[in-house]
Structure formats: structure tokens, C-alpha cells
Design a protein around this ligand. Structure first.
Ligand SMILES: [Fe+2]
Ligand SMILES: [Fe+2]
Length: 214
């Protein structure tokens, strides 16, 4: 990003579009090493491999949604510090996105075919939340990260015992998500009122049911 001049709305639109295309169709590269590097690759039974792939596809969609939510919010954030915070969080999620994609490939599987839909829906939700103001923006980050952390926990319980490589990735992601939530809280997040958290949980339950298969 060019730091020497103010970005125009067109610059930002083009950057958002580029980012969306990279997330959905590109091959994002991680800045950190994949946590499963060096963890033994154990041959899984077919049903175990399919189950692991279903879970890792859900996690991959979760990261696509996180990118889109943060970019949607950043697109409408009024305070430059909040915008910077959101874009930085999205950048850290890129590692998660790349690691989940790597693991899906190793499991002979693929990301969700509905990723363009998940991205567009999450971007719109993020922008709507962002229009409510910056305290809400950060409140949304906290709620998203806590919900992601909770479903990673479920997946750590549900993964086949032999799938140490997926487990290594999810453990690092879980620590990162907890840190993202703490940072947003410290930056002045509001607590979202009901029914927003329950609506977000319902949307994520639907996403999980679909993304496990498609
Ligand atoms: Fe993440
Ligand atoms: Fe996160």
C-alpha cells in the first residue's frame, strides 16, 4: 500500500477488489511457517480423511469470512486507527487461510465451492456493522474471534486422533484468535447487544453445516 499519499476512494475500491479476488481465487501466502511443518504425516483411513477435510474446509471458510468481515468494516471505518487495526487483523488471518488451504490439499480435498458467496455475504455484514461506528466495529471483531475460537475448540476434540498435522495448525490458530479478540477489546470494543451475537452464531452454524460438505 502506498503510504506517501492519501488513498482515494477508487484506490481503496480497487485494493478491496484485489484482496477479495486473492482470498477467493488466489493462493494466499503465509508469512509464518506452517505449524504442521515437521509433524509426521500419518496415513488416515478414508472416512477419517474425509472428516478431517470437512473440518478443515469449515476452518478455511471461517478465514475467508474473517478476511471479508474485516475488509468490509475497514471499507467504512471512520477512524484511521480502527481501519489500520482491522486491516492488520485481516493480514494475520492470511496465514490461517494459507495453512488451511495447504492442509486441504494434503487431505486430497479442496476449499468450499461457495467461497465467493461466503465472502460477499461477510463483506456486506462487515460493512453494515462498520456503519454503526468504530466501537461496534471492534465489538464485532471480538464476537467473531470468540466464536471462531470456540469452533476451533470443537474441531480439536472432533479431529481423528491420528491427524496431528491439522491439530498443529488449529492450535496455533486458536491462540492467534484469542489474541485478536483481546487486542480488539483493549482497543475499545463495545459489547454487542442481543440479538446480534445469537444471529452471528446462527449464521456460523449454517455455514458450518454447508461447508463441511460443499
Ligand atoms: Fe483466523
Ligand atoms: Fe482472528
Amino acid at each position: 500500500m502506498n503510504a506517501t499519499r492519501e488513498l482515494t476512494p477508487l484506490d481503496r475500491f480497487l485494493a478491496d477488489t484485489q484482496r477479495a479476488l486473492d482470498t477467493v481465487f488466489g493462493a494466499p501466502t503465509a508469512e509464518r511457517d506452517n505449524p504442521s511443518d515437521g509433524v509426521a504425516q500419518v496415513e488416515l483411513h478414508d472416512d477419517e480423511r474425509r472428516h478431517s477435510a470437512g473440518l478443515m474446509r469449515i476452518n478455511h471458510v471461517g478465514e475467508v469470512c474473517a478476511q471479508a468481515l474485516y475488509c468490509g468494516q475497514a471499507a467504512v471505518a471512520r477512524d484511521p486507527a480502527t481501519r489500520a487495526h482491522l486491516l492488520e487483523a485481516a493480514q494475520e488471518e492470511t496465514d490461517h487461510l494459507a495453512w488451511c488451504a495447504d492442509r486441504l490439499r494434503e487431505l486430497d480435498s479442496r476449499p468450499s465451492l461457495l467461497n465467493p458467496v461466503w465472502y460477499a455475504g461477510s463483506f456486506a455484514i462487515g460493512a453494515l456493522a462498520g456503519l454503526r461506528g468504530d466501537g461496534w466495529n471492534l465489538g464485532f471483531v471480538v464476537e467473531t474471534e470468540r466464536q471462531v475460537e470456540a469452533h476451533i475448540d470443537e474441531h480439536l476434540d472432533s479431529l481423528p486422533a491420528a491427524d496431528a498435522r491439522s491439530r498443529a495448525i488449529l492450535e496455533v490458530m486458536k491462540t492467534d484468535e484469542a489474541r485478536h479478540a483481546d487486542h480488539a477489546e483493549a482497543a475499545g470494543a463495545r459489547i454487542l447487544p442481543p440479538p446480534v451475537p445469537s444471529l452471528m452464531a446462527a449464521a456460523s452454524t449454517l455455514m458450518k453445516a454447508v461447508a463441511y460438505r460443499i
